[in-house]
Every structure is written in structure tokens, then in C-alpha cells.
Write a protein that binds this ligand. Structure first.
Ligand code: DGL
Length: 276
């Protein structure tokens, strides 16, 4: 089989990366996708750099063994900590969510005061800040860890009053810094977009542009595959094959909300330990 007809491998700590798959599917409908959710070890956002890198290497190795043509790290935490290691270790194109999100934010922001929300690990890594500073030194970046948002999204409380209240607490410090652009730096946050817009409208004196890192990542994947002449030429809708490391039924039940359409029950798999 020609390399361009091989599947794209996508991984995340769990189910959230399906928001990235949704965007890839929107703009690259003919690509076959192998998706790995490391549901046995989710969340990554509370773990150390060392652990996240080890997990990400094991996830990438699994996809590589499946014969994918490129790997998308559809997890902000894993992208923040492990991208350089994955690029060094694995000899195939690797796309993360941080760089495309950072570039989109710089383009969108007029006053160059950008807010980032994400897991504690993503915020601690300063990955978004560094990626933006590399491109424009004077950008002011204000980051806020929002550990309560992942469980609220997984609970389906997308516009629940509790979610709105929690968002107000998290977003107020960023609004006070007069950001005009906010990066949704976690795979779960696209599901909370409506609530985030609503709260910002109430608390911010001027409109704040939202950057969905899942969306910018999909655009980046398309550009990268096109540059490498790796885009599929198939005219059929590419199938999505999900794999998880735990709880396939829970994944199946939740997947529709993250993906926007149903997906088959995932195959339960065990990952090989990384050799370090
Ligand atoms: N997928 C993670 C991220 O985008 C969120 C969930 C987790 O903490 O593992 O950062």
C-alpha cells in the first residue's frame, strides 16, 4: 500500500482527543484514523513531566506498530512535555496542538495580551508562552490552570450553572489582565465553548477571541501532510478505529459528544512499556 493511504495515528490521555479527531474529520474526511485513548492512566494533566513523556512514548509506539503514516498528539499536556522527545525518537511526522494554537493566537490578537487555559501540567510547562515568545518576543501571556473543567466536561455539564460559576472564577484573573485572545489549551474545552463565550460576555468589557487548539491542530495536520505529499487520495470516508487501555464501554458512551457522531466500540489494548 502507498504510504499516503496509511492511517493517521492520533493519541490522547483519554477521550478528549476526539475533539481533535472531529476537526481532522471535518477538513480531511478521507483519511483513515487510528485513535488511542490511554483511559487506564488518564488524567495526564496532574502528572509529572517524566511520567507524561514516558506515557506519550508508549502511546506513540503503539500507533507506530499499527503502521500509521503520521502521529497527532491530540493532548495539550502530552504535546507540552513530550513533543521534542517524540520527534527525536520516532522517525515519522509528529504534530502537536501547542504550536498551531500559539500561532493562531498571535494572528488573532491585536493587543498581544493572550490568555491560556489548560491543565496544571500544561500551564506549568509554559509551552504556549514559549511557543508564542519564540515568534513574537513582546507578547504578554497569562496562563490559568483549570483542573475542574475536565471533570465538568466529562460529566456533560456543558452549560450547567456550576460550570458557569467555575469558569467565572478561572477567567476573571485573565480578563483583569485585559487579554483580547484566549487559547483553549485542553482537549476538553471545545465542549465548553458556549459556556466560555457566555461568561466572557458577562465579565469582559470587550470581546475576547477564542482559539480552539483542536481546530488549529487539524489545519496544521493538513498543511504538514500536504507538504510531505502524504494526503490520502481516496474518495471514500475514512474509517475511525478507536483503541483504549481501559473502560471501552464508557468511552463508547461518551464518544458521541466529543466527536459529534457515533463511533464503534473501541478495542481494549495493552501498551508495551517504554524502554526509557
Ligand atoms: N487531554 C488532556 C489535555 O489536553 C486533558 C485531560 C488530562 O488531564 O489528561 O491536556
Amino acid at each position: 500500500m502507498q504510504t499516503k493511504e496509511l492511517p493517521i495515528g492520533v493519541f490522547d490521555s483519554g477521550i478528549g482527543g476526539l475533539t481533535v479527531v472531529r476537526q481532522i474529520r471535518n477538513i480531511l474526511p478521507n483519511e483513515e484514523i487510528f485513535y488511542l485513548g490511554d483511559t487506564a492512566r488518564v488524567p495526564y494533566g496532574t502528572k509529572s513531566q517524566e511520567t507524561v513523556i514516558r506515557f506519550a512514548c508508549e502511546d506513540a509506539q503503539f500507533l507506530l506498530d499499527k503502521g500509521v503514516k503520521a502521529i497527532v498528539v491530540a493532548c495539550n499536556t502530552a504535546s507540552a512535555w513530550s513533543l521534542p522527545v517524540l520527534e527525536r525518537r520516532f522517525g515519522l511526522p509528529i504534530c502537536g496542538v501547542i504550536q498551531p494554537g500559539a500561532e493562531a493566537a498571535l494572528i488573532a490578537s491585536r493587543n498581544k495580551r493572550v490568555g491560556v487555559i489548560g491543565t496544571a501540567a500544561t500551564v506549568r510547562s509554559k509551552a504556549y508562552k514559549n511557543a508564542m515568545r519564540d515568534r513574537f518576543e513582546k507578547v504578554q501571556v497569562y496562563a490559568q490552570a483549570c483542573p475542574l473543567l475536565v471533570p465538568l466536561a466529562e460529566e456533560g455539564w456543558f452549560t450547567h450553572p456550576v460550570t458557569l460559576k467555575v469558569l467565572e472564577e478561572y477567567l476573571m484573573p485573565l480578563v483583569i489582565e485585559q487579554i483580547d485572545t484566549l487559547i483553549l489549551g485542553c482537549t476538553h474545552y471545545p465542549l465548553l465553548k458556549r459556556a466560555i463565550r457566555k461568561v466572557l460576555k458577562q465579565i469582559a468589557p470587550h470581546p475576547i477571541h477564542l482559539v480552539d487548539s483542536a481546530e488549529s491542530c487539524a489545519v496544521h495536520v493538513r498543511r504538514r501532510l500536504a507538504e510531505l505529499d502524504l494526503l490520502s487520495t481516496s474518495s471514500n470516508i475514512g474509517p475511525i478505529h478507536p483503541f483504549v487501555t481501559d473502560e471501552p464501554v464508557r468511552f463508547f458512551q461518551m464518544a458521541r459528544q466529543f466527536l459529534g457522531f457515533p463511533v464503534q466500540t473501541p478495542e481494549l489494548v495493552q501498551l508495551k512499556e517504554s524502554r526509557g
